[in-house]
Write a protein of this length. Structure first.
Length: 245
């Protein structure tokens, strides 16, 4: 039985990964008879990454929580937790980004394995992958029309502050940073100063985030605020890089 090396066509940099693999080519070793095209995977959905839980040990899989935007195959639900095995070099995720995800289904749970490719959604649209799939079997309504959104603070609403809330300094990065106009989250509106960095302090929780550019470009996405690391002064911090679509 002959073995072949299939290159999934991605080059992943550590700065854009939710996995600890550093800079790695997206390569998989598969047996000819077992090759499954990405569009034939039992799980195919588009969604926005809320959180990426890195493994405590390198041998353990990551867990990526998505808010689901559309489903072509697999579980039809508001949120999906994708287990990403260490061998899945073609599946790397960053919180706040939108992806077209393909995966296997094991005992009812989506799992990204060797050569289960996922794509930034805008790239998938440019490549014609989304149109090739045809209409989804499930598509989310506008923000606020889904069960998950009940726990998300919309733009313009005051941030909820509980006595035990953890305040987090969120650093925000994006492309075309020099032409940013403003960023909105909860009732906070700020104009980033990219000389000193864009950081907003906000209680932990789930939020709607809006980014506006001076040329009229707009991105709206979810912002899951968690204490992901601590600064030398002991402050909780998190970082998000949002790609302009």
């Amino acid at each position: 039985m002959r073995r072949t090396s299939t290159v999934c066509g991605l080059l992943l940099a550590a700065a854009s990964l939710g996995t600890p693999s550093g800079v790695a080519a997206c390569i998989c070793e598969v047996v000819d008879e077992s090759i499954v095209a990405w569009h034939e995977r039992p799980v195919i959905f588009a969604g926005t990454v809320l959180t990426v839980e890195p493994p405590s040990l390198g041998a353990h899989p990551d867990r990526v929580l998505f808010v689901v935007d559309a489903v072509w195959r697999g579980p039809a639900q508001d949120t999906v937790t994708l287990v990403v095995e260490p061998s899945a070099s073609c599946a790397a995720f960053t919180a706040g980004q939108q992806y077209l995800v393909t995966a296997d289904l094991v005992e009812g749970s989506p799992i990204a394995r060797t050569c289960s490719p996922s794509f930034l959604r805008r790239h998938a649209e440019e490549l014609g992958h989304v149109s090739m799939l045809g209409p989804p079997s499930l598509e989310r309504g506008p923000f606020g029309a889904n069960h998950f959104d009940e726990g998300v603070t919309p733009i313009g609403a005051p941030a909820p502050v509980a006595n035990d809330a953890t305040w987090v300094g969120v650093g925000l990065g994006t492309d075309d940073a020099e032409s940013l106009s403003r960023v909105l989250v909860a009732d906070i509106v700020w104009t980033p100063d990219w000389q000193t960095g864009a950081i907003v302090e906000i209680p932990s929780g789930d939020y709607r985030l809006r980014i506006e550019w001076t040329d009229g470009g707009v991105v709206e996405t979810y912002l899951a605020v968690r204490c992901e690391e601590q600064t030398p002064s002991g402050q909780c911090a998190a970082y998000r890089h949002i790609t302009r679509r």
